[in-house]
Design a protein. Structure first.
Length: 631
C-alpha cells in the first residue's frame, strides 16, 4: 500500500488538477488510517467534481478533522437545500451528526432518508456512529460544465461538474410524494432541528456547460447558520410563506428549471430566482449582471478580478451582522428617518443576495419589507416619516428602490411576495408624478417648478431604474428616465465638469459631493460613454481622489460606483487609494463612523456595505460594466 500511495503522490504532483488521482490517493490514505492527511488532501483540491458521490465522499472525509467539520456541514446543508430528495445526503449528514453526539439531529435526517429510500433502517442507523469506510461511494463518472470551488477564505478555482441523474431524482421524488404528509413534516423537522454553526469555509456552485439550455445550480455554502436553539418558528422558509400567517416547508421539484431571461435587449425584462443565504439554488433565472452577487465563490472571484481586498467580504458580513442587530421591533431601522434607513438596510442585504429565505438574515429582510409595505398600504403608496417635511422625497425613493430590487430578486422563483407588485405600482407612480417640468425632482415632490435638486433627483433616478429592471413596465418609468437624463446633463457645471445642486442660483456650481450622483445616473441609463461622464470623472480626479470616506458616506457611495462602472485605469487608481481607507475605518462591531445625524450610524454602515459589495453587485466585462445599458 505504501508503494501505491507513493505512486499516487507522484501522479498528483505531476498533475495537481487530476481529481481521479487525488481521490484515489485519499482513499489509499484512509485505508492506511491516515484520515487527517486524506482530509487535508481533499481540502486542498484545485478540482472537485460536483456530483453527489464526490461531494458526499469529500464531506464525510473532511468532517473527521477539527477544521473540516464546518466546511463539511456547509456542503451537506447547502446540497440538501438544492436537493432535499437526496437520501444519500440525508444519510451522510445523519451519520456525521450521530458521530458528534447529536442524536436528535441525526434521527431527523435518518427519518427523511428512510422515507426517500425504504432500504434505510432508522433504528439500525441510530445504534452506533459509523466510520468513513462504512459509506459505499461509487467512482466518478463523466463531468460536464464548470464548477467553482472556494477553499478557506477563498482560493477560487474551477472544477468539473457532473450532470445530476434526473431519473434517479424523479424516482426519489415519487417515493416522497407517495408519503407526502410524512416528508413535509420531516423536512420541516429537519429545518428546525438540524444543529448548525459558524459559516463553513468550503463552498461549491455550478454553471452549466455549453450543451445545456438551462442552468442547474447546486449551492453548497450558506453565509451563516442558525442553531436549533436560536432559530425561531417565524424563520422564513420560502418567500411567499414568509409573508403569510403560516410557513410550511416546500418540496423542491428537481425537474423544475428556469430558462435564462435576457439580460440585455429591448425588453429589459430581468428575472431572478434564488434561495437566500447569499447564494442561489437556481442560477439560471438570474440576470447575468446580477449573478455574481449570489454565489460565495463568484463574490470572491469578482473581488480578486476587480481589485478587492480579501478583507472586503468579511467586512460586509460584519456590517450586515451589525445592521441586523439594530433592527427595531416594528421591522424598521433608525429613529428619525426610518424609511430611508430601512431602505438602505434592505439594499445592503440584497447586495449580498440575502433574500427572505436567508437563514441568518431572512427575518430581517422579511420584517423590514413588511414595515415598508404596511406603510405604503396605509398611505396610498408613500413610504416616508410623518412630519418629515421635505425629506420624505428622499425616504420614499430609497424605500422604493429597495422594494423594486427585492421584487426583481424573487419574481422568477414562482414565490412572489403577495401585494408587492401593487405596492410598487403606487410607489413608483408617486415618483413619476412628482417629476418637475425640468425633468428632476425637488423636496416634497412639488412638481410645478423648473429648478430641480440634484441630490433628491439622484435617488429618484436610481429608484426608477430599479423599477425598470423589474420588467413590469410601470407606467411612465422609461419616459421619466429619459426626461431625467436630459436634466442631469444640464445640471453639469460647464466650467469645472462637476454637478450642481441647482440649475440656477447660489448653488449652481459643480460640487464633488454631487458629481458621483450625476455620473451614476448617466451610466445606468445608456450614457456611460458620454463626454459628460468623462468631464465629471476628470473633476472627481482633481477634487475627490484620495479623500478618506469621512463622517458622511453619501458622496463616497455614489463616487465609488461611478468609478467602478467606468472601469479601467480610473477605477484601479481610485480603488487603490480608497478601498484601504474604507476598510480601515470600519469599527470592531462592523459599523462605520457615526456622523452628526441621528441615523448616520445605520446609514453609513449600509452605505459602507454597499460600497464593498460594488465588486460583485454587477458583472463587469473588460474595462466596462456589462448589462447596464438596457432600454
Amino acid at each position: 500500500m505504501s508503494q501505491t500511495i507513493a505512486e499516487l503522490e507522484a501522479a498528483l504532483n505531476a498533475s495537481p488538477d487530476n481529481w481521479s488521482a487525488r481521490r484515489a490517493l485519499a482513499e489509499a490514505q484512509l485505508a492506511e488510517g491516515q484520515q487527517v492527511a486524506a482530509a487535508h488532501l481533499l481540502m486542498a483540491a484545485p478540482m472537485v467534481p460536483g456530483d453527489e458521490d464526490n461531494l458526499m465522499f469529500t464531506a464525510y472525509t473532511i468532517a473527521h478533522t477539527a477544521e473540516g467539520w464546518e466546511p463539511a456541514q456547509g456542503l451537506l446543508e447547502d446540497y440538501l437545500k438544492a436537493h432535499p430528495e437526496s437520501s444519500a445526503a440525508h444519510l451522510t449528514f445523519g451519520r456525521l451528526l450521530l458521530g458528534r453526539g447529536d442524536t436528535a439531529g441525526a434521527e431527523s435526517h435518518f427519518k427523511v432518508a428512510a422515507v426517500l429510500d425504504p432500504s434505510i433502517q432508522v433504528d439500525a442507523e441510530m445504534q452506533a456512529p459509523v466510520g468513513v469506510h462504512a459509506i459505499h461511494l461509487q467512482g466518478e463518472g463523466p463531468h460536464h460544465g464548470e464548477r467553482m470551488l472556494i477553499v478557506g477564505e477563498g482560493e477560487a478555482v474551477h472544477a468539473a461538474d457532473k450532470k445530476s441523474d434526473t431519473n434517479e431524482k424523479v424516482g426519489a421524488l415519487a417515493a416522497a410524494i407517495a408519503v407526502h404528509a410524512a416528508i413535509i413534516f420531516l423536512l420541516g423537522l429537519v429545518a428546525l432541528t438540524v444543529p448548525v454553526s459558524a459559516p463553513p469555509q468550503l463552498s461549491v456552485s455550478s454553471v452549466s456547460g455549453e450543451e445545456s439550455s438551462t442552468v442547474e445550480n447546486v449551492q453548497l455554502n450558506k453565509v451563516s447558520r442558525k442553531t436549533s436553539a436560536t432559530m425561531s418558528q417565524s424563520t422564513p422558509i420560502v418567500s411567499v410563506e414568509a409573508f403569510s400567517p403560516t410557513a410550511v416547508p416546500q418540496i423542491v421539484d428537481p425537474n423544475n428549471t428556469f430558462s435564462m431571461i435576457g439580460a440585455t435587449g429591448d425588453s429589459g425584462d430581468f428575472g431572478m430566482s434564488m434561495s437566500g443565504f447569499g447564494d442561489v439554488s437556481n442560477m439560471g433565472a438570474i440576470p447575468a449582471q446580477m449573478r455574481s452577487r449570489c454565489s460565495a465563490s463568484q463574490r470572491l472571484k469578482r473581488l480578486r478580478e476587480s481589485g478587492g481586498d480579501e478583507r472586503a467580504e468579511a467586512a460586509v458580513k460584519k456590517a450586515l451582522d451589525f445592521i441586523a442587530s439594530k433592527q427595531n421591533a416594528d421591522g424598521s431601522w433608525g429613529k428619525e428617518f426610518k424609511y430611508a434607513s430601512t431602505g438602505l438596510a434592505l439594499l445592503s442585504f440584497l447586495g449580498h443576495c440575502e433574500t427572505p429565505e436567508s437563514a441568518k438574515y431572512g427575518d430581517s429582510v422579511v420584517n423590514g419589507t413588511l414595515f415598508l409595505m404596511e406603510t405604503a398600504k396605509k398611505n396610498k403608496g408613500k413610504m416616508a416619516t410623518e412630519g418629515a417635511g421635505n425629506h420624505h422625497s428622499y425616504e420614499h425613493a430609497i424605500a422604493t428602490y429597495a422594494l423594486c430590487e427585492l421584487y426583481t430578486m424573487t419574481k422568477e422563483s414562482g414565490r412572489e411576495i403577495p401585494r408587492l407588485e401593487n405596492t410598487l405600482r403606487d410607489a413608483v407612480g408617486i415618483i413619476v408624478d412628482g417629476q418637475d417640468k425640468a425633468g428632476g425632482w425637488v423636496y416634497g415632490y412639488a412638481n410645478g417648478g423648473n429648478n430641480p435638486d440634484m441630490s433628491v433627483s439622484g435617488w429618484q433616478i436610481q429608484a426608477l431604474k430599479a423599477a425598470h429592471n423589474t420588467g413590469k413596465k410601470f407606467s411612465g418609468v422609461d419616459r421619466a428616465l429619459d426626461k431625467a437624463i436630459s436634466y442631469v446633463k444640464k445640471a453639469q457645471d460647464d466650467k469645472n465638469g462637476g454637478w450642481k445642486y441647482r440649475l440656477v442660483g447660489e448653488e449652481s456650481t459643480g460640487k464633488p459631493t454631487l458629481t458621483g450622483a450625476g455620473i451614476l445616473a448617466l451610466q445606468i441609463w445608456n450614457e456611460g460613454d458620454s463626454d459628460h461622464v468623462k468631464k465629471g470623472l476628470d473633476f472627481l480626479d482633481k477634487n475627490y481622489l484620495g479623500r478618506p470616506p469621512g463622517a458622511d458616506f453619501y458622496a463616497p457611495y455614489y463616487n465609488m460606483q461611478a468609478y467602478f462602472m467606468e472601469g479601467g485605469t480610473r477605477w484601479e487608481t481610485f480603488n487603490s487609494k480608497f478601498q484601504k481607507t474604507l476598510l480601515d475605518a470600519q469599527n470592531a462591531d462592523g459599523s462605520w463612523t457615526k456622523g452628526d445625524a441621528k441615523d448616520s450610524l445605520i446609514r453609513n454602515t449600509a452605505w459602507g456595505a454597499l460600497m464593498l459589495e460594488v465588486y460583485y453587485r454587477y458583472l463587469p466585462t473588460s474595462d466596462k460594466v456589462q448589462g447596464l445599458k438596457v432600454r
